[in-house]
Design a protein. Structure first.
Length: 662
């Protein structure tokens, strides 16, 4: 059931003949079939009668009805003919290519019907079967590594298979790893059906490409490890995926090609990098140099984004005002007043962080507020009975706690009628350019002090702060991927909302980085565009992202299509981002994504609603009964971009590499 058959008019030969068949003739075609059921023959009524009579003769004995002394040989011969129903998958034939050589080609149909010509049907075994299950049809977008398949399993027709040798029927099955590049790959199946094992098998196979192809074989891979099984040792794998570098050995310092990240450290992973951000940023040496300020404020802006995400569902007005305050550096930076205003907002933001319990980095034990609060505002505060705040703001340097108390007074003053009058008069002063002393950016930051629990909201993100960090982890991860490394992000510990926001930050960083390279291609040291061996402008580097529990990440029918996962699922191919998503619920994935999915791995599903969704794609309806009934781990139906038909396979069990490197 489900096996491949070949139908042809060719006569089998055991040795090559001098004058073989003419490949240009119709008779030399081999039609590929798949067994999908039984079919009645024209003598069905007679054979049913013979079978009934034979069964009645043996009903009171322990022998089968086809035993020699129960049924005569003539009747047995009549009953041993039966028909099977098959699906036509396509036609194999030899084709002459431009190089003048003959190559095996495949078309997913048949060219003609001949009612008067007889054909015979054969069950392929051994090398013939291996060529069928591993046949690939090249696509238009040829990658340098295309046509170099990696073994991921063996052919398996059924759960109740007979143990036969690999040389005859259980032949090995390979996958072209380039099918996953810049493509969408679906992995569907129940829990414990082998989805994670398949990801490990595929990702390790892609990683090992660098052993034989040091340059072109380096493909960046990003795995979000929901259960910690990819980066932490476990009995199932006798280790973990992060030791896959041992299979490559010392080549190109392979150990450094696998990098792990996590929200928390791990006792068995000393080299793990923590996903922390210094929310304070750094001190630029020259505030007049916008590029230097950009570098110094990089992590401050990252931290503000993290806080904004943590407050996304809070509806209090003062929280919304703070969340909506943009801390980006103004584009017009030459004006001295603009620089002072931005520098003042940075000082205020840092004071709020300290007030919320964030530890300032070394060198920022005190607040440098010299020249940030002029005489006019200090005098106005003093006149409004905020003498202590006035003295603090004009002191030039203050402790963070003193500055926070002064800012509380400043916020009360600016929201009062006196403060509004001050702002109005300040905007009308000579040479003031019509600007009030406090702009929207400063007001939005100070607004968080207006609520009874304002600063407590900021503490939600405190766990992701590390004052000793000098660079953003999201930037580092993207750099690792561009360098062709395998990056595993441990999501098994930490609050779910923090884990989700961290993953989204990484994905936005990756999406924007790949998009920037697509829009503005890379250049060499001479300012010339980088080009590949064909002379084409170098595209963004290939990156593959593996997302488990995709029903929680990818957009459903009523989801927000502006989320980073939706953008990558819909636009990632253009930017060379391959997406491998696994889920138990195919019906939960947006139809537009399913319709544009190129690679399919389908394991056991126990719900007809889910298999009904699969029936819409290719010929998965042929396997619906098997998908519903057979829960065997690792038993999948595979259809990849370069595969012209579905192949049922038993995926190899992943075992961690424990030897071969240092």
């Amino acid at each position: 059931m489900g096996c491949f058959l070949l139908s042809t008019r060719l006569v089998p030969v055991t040795e090559p003949v001098k004058d073989g068949p003419n490949a240009e003739e119709e008779d030399t075609a081999l039609i590929l079939l798949r067994v999908i059921g039984r079919s009645r023959l024209s003598n069905h009524a007679d054979t049913e009668k013979y079978r009934l009579d034979a069964a009645l003769r043996s009903i009171d004995s322990g022998q089968n009805w086809d035993a020699k002394n129960k049924t005569d040989q003539f009747t047995l011969n009549q009953l041993r003919h039966a028909g099977i129903r098959c699906s036509v998958l396509g036609t194999f034939r030899m084709r002459k290519q431009d190089d003048g050589k003959w190559h095996l080609g495949f078309g997913a149909d048949i060219s003609n019907f001949y009612s008067g010509q007889g054909m015979k049907v054969y069950k392929p075994m051994g090398e013939s079967l291996r060529r069928i299950v591993n046949f690939v049809k090249p696509t238009g977008d040829r990658h340098p590594l295309a046509g170099k398949p990696v073994e991921i399993g063996r052919l398996r027709y059924s759960s109740s298979e007979i143990a036969v040798s690999a040389e005859r029927e259980n032949v090995s099955v390979g996958m072209d790893p380039t099918d996953l590049l810049a493509r969408r790959t679906a992995l569907f199946g129940m829990s414990r059906s082998g989805k994670s094992n398949t990801i490990k098998t595929v990702s390790s196979a892609i990683f090992k490409l660098r052993a034989d192809h040091p340059d072109k074989g380096r493909v960046g891979q990003l795995i979000f490890d929901v259960n910690g099984e990819y980066c932490n040792d476990n009995p199932q794998d006798s280790g973990c995926l992060c030791t896959v570098w041992r299979s490559v050995g010392k080549k190109e310092n392979a150990c450094a090609d696998v990098v792990t990240y996590g929200l928390h450290s791990h006792p068995n992973d000393k080299s793990r990098r923590l996903m922390k951000v210094n929310f304070f940023g750094q001190h630029p040496r020259n505030w007049s140099d916008r590029e230097e300020v950009e570098v110094a404020m990089d992590m401050l802006l990252a931290g503000k984004t993290i806080i904004d995400e943590s407050l996304r569902t809070e509806n209090a007005g003062y929280v919304k005002s703070f969340r909506g305050t943009n801390m980006d550096i103004p584009m017009e930076w030459d004006d001295k007043g603009t620089q002072v205003r931005y520098k003042r907002c940075v000082a205020v933001y840092r004071a709020l962080l300290v007030g919320a319990g964030f530890s300032p980095p070394k060198g920022m034990e005190k607040a440098d507020i010299s020249d940030l609060f002029g005489e006019s505002i200090c005098d106005a505060l003093k006149d409004a009975d905020h003498k202590s705040a006035s003295e603090t703001l004009k002191s030039g340097q203050a402790t963070w706690s003193a500055l926070r108390r002064a800012l509380e007074s400043l916020q009360k003053f600016l929201s009062s009628s006196e403060g509004k009058t001050f702002n109005k008069n300040y905007s009308q002063r000579k040479g003031g350019k019509g600007k009030e002393w406090s702009d929207d950016q400063l007001n939005g930051l100070l607004e968080i002090l207006n609520g009874p629990a304002g600063l407590r909201y900021l503490r939600l993100s405190q766990v992701q702060h590390d004052a000793s960090v000098s660079t953003d982890y999201a930037t580092h991860i993207v750099e690792n991927l561009v360098e062709g490394k395998l990056v595993i992000v441990d999501q098994s510990t930490g609050a779910p909302d923090l884990i989700q926001r961290a993953a989204e930050r990484i994905m936005w960083e990756l999406f924007n980085s790949q998009k920037d390279v697509f829009i503005s291609p890379r250049k060499d040291e001479n300012g010339e565009w980088l080009r590949d061996e064909n002379g084409s402008i170098m595209p963004p580097p290939d990156v593959i992202v593996y997302a488990e529990e995709a029903h929680n990440l990818l957009p459903a029918k009523d989801a927000d299509l502006t989320s980073v996962w939706a953008r990558i699922a819909k636009e990632g191919s253009k930017f060379r981002i391959g997406l491998v998503y696994s889920t138990q619920e195919p019906s939960s994935i947006l139809a537009n994504i399913l319709k544009n999915t190129d690679n399919w791995f389908v394991a056991h599903l126990n719900n007809r609603d889910e298999t009904r969704e699969l029936r819409k794609y290719y010929d998965f309806e042929m396997f619906e009964g098997q998908i519903l009934k057979v829960p065997d781990t690792g038993f999948l139906r595979m259809r990849c971009l370069s595969n012209p038909y579905i192949v049922p396979i038993q995926v190899n069990r992943f075992m961690a590499d424990t030897e071969g490197g240092e």
